[in-house]
Design a binder for this molecule. Structure first.
Ligand SMILES: [Cu+2]
Length: 96
């Protein structure tokens, strides 16, 4: 079982969060999903032999929202600011 954290886009209320939670939760191979509306993140536990990030992202997109791997945003921001990774440890929660 693997866990990934997604940064979500397009949520406007707590109902959206529940919607995404249900959407991701219904993807075959996903065993658990919890969406945090406040920080716009989804934590997904899944079986990598049954599904993958692309499939999960597609499901979110089909539901009318956006999802990107949080790790990607870290890399992007790091490239933009040139800061080494360790300096981001405490920022992540405030930014996202
Ligand atoms: Cu909503």
């Amino acid at each position: 079982m693997e866990t990934l954290t997604l940064k979500l886009q397009g949520m406007s209320c707590a109902g959206c969060a529940r919607n995404i939670e249900r959407t991701i939760g219904s993807v075959p191979g996903v065993s658990d999903c919890s969406v945090n509306f406040g920080i716009e993140q989804a934590t997904v536990s899944y079986n990598p032999r049954q599904t993958n990030l692309k499939t999960i992202q597609k499901a979110v997109t089909a539901a009318g929202y956006g999802a990107s791997l949080l790790e990607d945003e870290f890399c992007l921001l790091r490239r933009k600011t040139g800061l080494p990774r360790r300096n981001f440890g405490n920022y992540s929660i405030k930014f996202w």
